[in-house]
Design a protein around this ligand. Structure first.
Ligand code: ADP
Ligand code: MG
Length: 489
């Protein structure tokens, strides 16, 4: 490949550009292992150019002084365009990331909804009058934080871009966003519409490239005021360190090892379904995956059997086939990583389903939905984020033990609890150290509700009004209404 037709360009200062050094990297279809496109392989020079553009669009007032009404309308127009082109975007997302087309269609609807939500919220950002004593007027003003650097992962490529861009733009920030090198295509498609919908040049810049060469220079750039990152815990730590020198605002969403807890009194069929959905949706490439399935001892063996039987019937296949429920993993690297955990699991626990590469798939980074039972919570497969369709099923004896095991993890992104006893369910909800807790469901995510982690799953909250707060500073203004001198000296 490498023909001009398949070469995507980045978006810097309103222009469609190549990397200064003229380098490109291949973008794959993980179901065929073939190169489907190339994207600019940006380095520090390109990042500097993008940050400069974002800085100028901010400092000139081109964006922050655009009225909130107008900023909102621009986001709504972008949402409308996304809805119009959603079939094309979903297909491209599915091809590039390997996720089933039906899931990609849901994602595109969520992308549009996210821009609509923050398009509406732009005009609801308001200050406050502080009730200070003295003859004065004291105000709290909300102001945009400045230039936001945004680094995102490959599992929900365009949706993660929306989660980052929409609140930042509504707040009046300008952005430099780096998509993941594995899945940069949909955000580059979207960038083609920025001018049409009325975004001034430099307000959103998209830089494509690898973590060390393009992500790191963005994360340490002195002219960037805030870094928003979603990705691995290891890279999150690097981001946090590189923010130190210029005291950047940082928000991090670093995944987890989320417990999905099943008490014996839960509806059995719904529970089996919820356990599988919680861990296997999007091939398990989900930061909130319910990868530790905690099951009460009295139903444990029946539960494992039920899960295994149903898992074996999950329809694996080409992402663009509508019946497909599980596509390939995103990349060779991720495939090898997950395969290694499958092999490790066979040494650490008992295999109940899957455990390898599915038979008869030919090419593509496919792995079987895999279930390990009799897992001890201290096993590596129960502690490390695998980011693939690998479930660990852990038995517990009672409520106290369930909570103890659930919280025995460095992470704290999400959790779920299944029971028909509301007293027990709500007690567990309160005891769980996690930023998102579902009851009798796992994974539903809404732009109206806060998203983010406790403990080493990161800090800061995305979505809802919480999401826009992370892109705002608070300025205290004191207006003296006394015309006399202070009279102290
Ligand atoms: P994964 O392990 O799935 O690749 P990463 O955390 O490495 O997850 O990637 C998430 C995002 O972080 C991607 O956009 C990637 O390019 C970026 N990234 C990776 N390494 C760095 C780094 N050292 N500095 C900044 N960004 C990085
Ligand atoms: Mg990486």
């Amino acid at each position: 490949m490498g023909t001009d037709m398949n070469r995507y360009r980045m978006h810097i200062n309103g222009e469609s550009v190549e990397a200064r050094r003229g380098a490109w990297f291949p973008v794959y279809d993980p179901s065929t292992e073939e190169i489907i496109a190339e994207a600019p392989d940006a380095d520090e020079n390109d990042v500097n150019r993008a940050v400069q553009a974002a800085r100028a669009a901010f400092d000139s007032g081109a964006w922050p002084q655009t009225t909130a009404q107008e900023r909102g309308r621009i986001l709504l127009r972008l949402a409308e365009r996304i809805r119009k082109e959603s079939a094309m975007l979903a297909e491209l997302e599915s091809r590039n990331s390997g996720k089933p087309i039906v899931e990609a269609e849901y994602d595109m609807a969520d992308v549009a909804t996210c821009f609509e939500y923050y398009g509406g919220l732009a005009t609801k950002v308001a200050g406050y009058v502080n009730p200070v004593p003295d003859n004065a007027l004291s105000l709290s003003l909300k102001e945009p934080v400045g230039v936001a650097g945004q680094i995102i992962p490959w599992n929900y490529p365009l949706l993660m871009a929306a989660w980052k861009l929409a609140p930042a733009l509504a707040a009046g920030c300008t952005c430099v966003l780096k998509p993941a090198e594995q899945a940069p295509l949909t955000v580059l498609e979207m960038a083609r519409w920025f001018a049409d919908v009325g975004l001034p040049p430099g307000v959103v810049n998209i830089v494509t490239g690898f973590g060390e060469t393009a992500g790191a220079p963005l994360a340490r750039h002195p002219e960037v005021n805030k870094i928003a990152f979603t990705g691995s815990a290891a890279v999150g730590k690097l981001i946090l360190k590189s923010a130190v020198d210029t005291i950047k605002r940082v928000t991090l969403e670093l995944g987890g090892k989320s417990p999905n807890i099943f008490f014996a009194d839960a509806d059995f069929e719904a529970a089996i379904d919820g356990a599988l959905f919680g861990v296997f949706i999007n091939q398990g490439e989900v930061c909130s995956a319910g990868s530790r399935i905690l099951v009460e001892r009295s139903i444990y063996s029946r539960f494992v059997e039920g899960m295994a039987e149903k898992a074996k019937r999950i329809k694996l296949g080409a992402p663009l086939v509508r019946e497909t429920k599980m596509g390939p993993l995103v990349s060779k690297e991720q495939y090898e990583r997950v395969r290694a955990f499958q092999e490790l699991g066979k040494r650490e626990a008992k295999l109940a389903a899957g455990g390898g590469r599915p038979a008869g798939m030919g090419k593509g980074y496919y792995v079987e939905p895999t279930i390990f039972c009799n897992v001890d919570n201290s096993a590596r497969i129960a502690r490390e984020e695998i980011f693939g369709p690998v479930a660990t099923v852990i038995p517990f004896n009672d409520e106290a033990e369930a909570v103890r095991i659930a919280n025995d993890t460095p992470y704290g992104l999400a959790a779920a609890v299944w029971s028909r006893d509301i007293f027990k369910a709500f007690r567990v909800v309160k005891a769980l150290r996690a930023g998102i807790v579902w009851v009798n469901h796992m994974q539903p995510t809404y732009v109206e509700a806060p998203w983010g982690g406790y403990k080493q799953s990161g800090f800061g909250r995305e979505l809802g009004p919480w999401g826009i707060e992370e892109y705002l500073e608070t300025k205290q203004v004191h207006i003296n209404l006394n015309e006399q001198p202070i009279g102290w000296y």
